[in-house]
Design a protein around this ligand. Structure first.
Ligand SMILES: NC(=O)c1ccc[n+]([C@@H]2O[C@H](COP(=O)([O-])OP(=O)(O)OC[C@H]3O[C@@H](n4cnc5c(N)ncnc54)[C@H](O)[C@@H]3O)[C@@H](O)[C@H]2O)c1
Length: 446
């Protein structure tokens, strides 16, 4: 499925989707409708930001009566689409997800599902009871590389899996942008870093572990470096008037101004001007007055900059995960999986399997193919495209089996994230509960 699911689509009219939250993610998922107008039509949008909703309206020729400032008004209307994409900030997922599910919309919900285990469970229950499909934005499940790793494990290429080692290098300026100055810097406003950033990775580990459930978890981590006490002598409160800016790798002038001067107005520059298209003037204004011009040692950030999670699964399989801010690579995950018959390693592009018996290596380079042509959906190695491809086909064919990031497994991996964070906060081993194992959480339709 996934890469081939478009071939399975058999509806004559396109799937109709409405978008709640027309920011970065809402716009990206909507792009599928521009690429495949015969398969998807964006028919409504809700966003309090006029700039964002008008942009989406113009891109998809949405009629005026289907434009909303707030999702509450939208959900009160008689159902006018097949599905909804919920791409609001982390703390605004549960309420719309439950409300639209109850109204009979199939739900594409950005990750994290919600910011508490109870809310994640409530979303799954609402979708199950309303008999609607749920796909969570765990895009990496749709990455051809991830899929190849799973295929190789399932085919026995490395025998029984004994240990999984997985690294998420967030990237030094990405971390400064999103987790020190930006939307995910403060847990009370968004969520903790392991949930906001690494629910993808815990989900992948959980996926590769297969049927074996995690039984014990420990975690350590903290905010390091991006604190007032680490502020270098002579540094200003804003990068535009900082005397030592030239020597600071986290300088907002370097991260945003240098890019816009080179004509690069995509991410992360696009994020810092929420009410206009970015240019030198609007970026200068944003750095003078907005959150992204602040010194990284003077922000209200409290989310971990580095965190480790150790897991023990049924049967003795162990896994070790690291999330690190201070890296050259930006989210180019590195994975090594050790098995009884071989070792599998992946640098994010190529999968290499070393066979202990033959002492030979085999290399696999999964091609993401189609999405490379579609730059507007090339994020996450083309996985953004594949997720939409699968979701649209699932809705068109009334076939939830096309969704790889469905309710049951996604809920379990989210619960594991909450348990890991509980371990970090309490400083103890957490023995994983049985929550979410119920068969009622399956992505099944009547
Ligand atoms: N799958 C991934 O890999 C991935 C990547 C980035 C972000 N995300 C997640 O996607 C979600 C959105 O992130 P983003 O980067 O698009 O953020 P964003 O800030 O660009 O977009 C969020 C949008 O929601 C709008 N909004 C706020 N309140 C609203 C309301 N009541 N009704 C309707 N719209 C409302 C905001 O105005 C904004 O336009 C977050 O939960 C984030 O964690 C997922």
């Amino acid at each position: 499925m996934g890469q081939n699911s478009s071939q399975a689509a058999n509806m004559t009219s396109p799937v109709r989707i409405i978008v709640v939250g027309a920011g970065c993610r809402g716009e990206i998922y909507s792009n599928f409708g521009a690429i495949h107008p015969e398969r998807l039509k964006v028919v409504g949008v809700a966003d309090p930001r006029k700039f964002a909703r008008t942009k989406l309206q113009q891109q998809h020729h949405i009629v005026d009566e289907n434009i909303f400032e707030d999702w509450h008004t939208m959900v009160e209307r008689e159902k006018f689409a097949d599905a909804v994409a919920i791409c609001t900030p982390d703390r605004l997922h549960k309420e719309p997800a439950v409300a639209f599910a109850k109204k009979g919309y199939h739900v594409l919900l950005e990750k994290p599902m919600a910011t508490t285990a109870e809310d994640c469970t409530a979303i799954v229950e609402a979708c199950t009871q309303s008999c609607v499909m749920l796909s969570v934005g765990h895009v990496l499940r749709y990455d051809p590389v991830t899929h190849k790793i799973k295929e190789l494990i399932d085919a026995g290429a490395i025998g029984d899996v004994m240990h999984i080692q997985h690294l998420e290098p967030v990237g030094f300026y990405h971390f400064a942008h999103s987790f020190v100055r930006g939307n995910w810097r403060n847990e009370a406003e968004s969520s903790f870093a392991l949930l906001a950033k690494s629910c993808h990775d815990i989900d992948l580990i959980h996926h590769w572990a297969g049927a074996r459930r995690c039984v014990k978890v420990t975690s350590f981590g903290s905010v390091s470096h991006f604190r007032k006490k680490d502020k270098p002598a002579g540094a200003g409160n804003r990068c535009l008037d900082c005397s030592i800016e030239a020597d600071c790798p986290y300088s907002a002038s370097k991260i945003y101004m240098d890019r816009v001067k080179q004509g690069n107005t995509g991410w992360p520059v696009s994020v810092i001007c929420p009410n206009s298209f970015p240019d030198i003037e609007s970026v200068t204004e944003a750095l003078k007055t907005g959150p992204y011009g602040r010194c990284v040692y003077e922000c209200d950030n409290d989310v971990c900059s580095n965190q480790v999670v150790n897991m023990e699964f049924e049967g003795g399989l162990t896994a070790a995960f690291s999330m690190v801010a201070f890296t050259e690579e930006i989210c180019k995950r590195k994975t090594t999986i050790y098995g009884s018959k071989g070792e599998l390693s992946c640098d994010g592009h190529e999968v290499r399997v070393f066979d202990f018996l033959t002492q030979r290596s085999t290399k696999h380079t999964p091609h993401s193919g189609t999405p490379r042509r579609f730059m507007s959906m090339s994020g996450h190695g083309g996985a953004d495209y594949y997720l939409m491809d699968a979701f649209v086909s699932a809705v068109a064919n009334n076939d939830p089996s096309l969704i790889r990031s469905g309710p049951e497994e996604t809920l379990l991996s989210h619960l594991l994230v909450f348990e890991a964070e509980r371990s970090r906060l309490d400083g103890r081993v957490v023995y994983c509960g049985d929550v979410g194992h119920s068969s009622t959480t399956k992505n099944t339709l009547p």
